[in-house]
Design a protein around this ligand. Structure first.
Ligand code: MLT
Length: 254
C-alpha cells in the first residue's frame, strides 16, 4: 500500500478507479482489506480511496488516546493530500462512526454517506464500561480475548469467520485500545441526521449479531428518503458476505 507521511504517523491507503470520489472506511478491529472484493466491483464507477485507519493495517500504530474526530480529521487530511474537496464516505460499523464524525465536522465536504452495519447511537453506560474493560484486558493479556469473542459474531459462515479472524489477528494491541476508547466516547449522532442534505445509503444484514438490524431500521425511519438495503441472512460483514449487493447499493452514492 502507498503511505501518506503525516507529522505523527503514516496513513496507508489504496487509491484506484475513476469517477465520483468515494472513501471506504473499515470497522473494528479490521483493516482496509475487507473492501477488496467490493472495490473491484466499484472501480469503474468511483475514484476509490480506502485507508487503514490510524493504528490499523499498514498505518502506523498510535500509542496515545484517539477519538472519532481524530480518525475523521485523518480522512480530511487524506482528501487534502489528493486535492479532493468533496467525497462520498462509506463506513462499515466503527467506520460508520468515523463517517458520521466526518460529516459532523466537515458537512461541506460530503457528497453522500453510507452506513454499512453501523448505527447512529452512542454507547449506553454498560457497553461503554465494557469497552474500557476490553481495552484493559487487551493491554494486560493481548488481543486474543476480543478476537475470540468477536469472531463468531461477525458472520455465521465459517470460511468468512476465518477471513475476519485472520485480519483481526494482524492488528496491533494499541489499535484495539485506541479504537475501543474512541468508540466508548463517541457522540450520539441521531440529531445530526436531519441536517444531512446529501444522499444517504443504509446497508445492514438482518442477521447482524453485533449491531441489530433495528438500529438501521430506525435510521431509515428518521431519514425516509435514504436508500435502504436489508440483506436477508447476512451478518455483520456484508462486504464479505454479500459483496455484489453491497457494491450495487453503494453505487447510489455516484
Ligand atoms: C465494528 O465492527 O466496527 C464494531 O463492532 C462496532 C461496535 O462495536 O460498535
Amino acid at each position: 500500500m502507498e503511505k501518506i507521511r503525516f507529522i505523527l504517523f503514516n496513513l496507508a491507503y489504496t487509491h484506484r478507479g475513476k469517477g465520483t470520489p468515494l472513501v471506504l472506511l473499515h470497522g473494528f478491529p479490521l483493516d482496509s482489506s475487507i473492501w477488496n472484493e467490493v472495490a473491484s466491483l466499484l472501480e469503474d464507477s468511483f475514484e476509490l480511496i480506502i485507508p487503514d485507519l490510524r493504528g490499523f493495517g499498514e498505518s502506523s500504530t498510535m500509542e496515545y488516546p484517539t477519538t472519532m474526530d481524530d480518525y475523521a480529521s485523518d480522512i480530511a487530511d487524506m482528501l487534502d493530500y489528493f486535492r479532493i474537496q468533496k467525497a462520498a464516505i462509506a463506513g462499515h460499523s466503527m467506520g460508520g462512526y468515523v463517517a458520521l464524525a466526518f460529516a459532523r465536522l466537515y458537512p461541506e465536504r460530503v457528497s453522500g454517506l453510507a452506513l454499512v452495519s453501523s448505527q447512529v447511537l452512542a454507547d449506553p453506560p454498560d457497553p461503554k464500561e465494557g469497552r474500557y474493560k476490553s481495552a484493559a484486558d487487551v493491554a494486560e493479556k493481548g488481543i486474543g480475548g476480543v478476537v475470540e469473542t468477536m469472531t463468531p459474531k461477525f458472520t455465521s459462515d465459517p470460511r468468512l469467520q476465518a477471513v475476519a479472524r485472520e485480519i483481526m489477528e494482524k492488528q496491533q494491541p494499541a489499535a484495539y485500545i485506541g479504537a475501543l476508547k474512541a468508540m466508548a466516547e463517541r457522540l450520539d449522532f441521531t440529531s445530526l441526521l436531519s441536517s444531512f442534505f446529501f444522499p444517504i445509503v443504509i446497508i445492514h444484514g438482518d442477521a447482524d449479531a453485533l449491531i441489530p438490524v433495528e438500529r438501521a431500521r430506525e435510521i431509515k425511519a428518521a431519514v425516509p428518503n435514504s436508500y435502504y438495503v436489508e440483506l436477508k441472512g447476512v451478518g455483520h460483514v456484508p462486504m464479505l458476505e454479500a459483496a455484489k449487493e453491497t457494491a450495487e447499493a453503494l453505487k447510489h452514492l455516484s
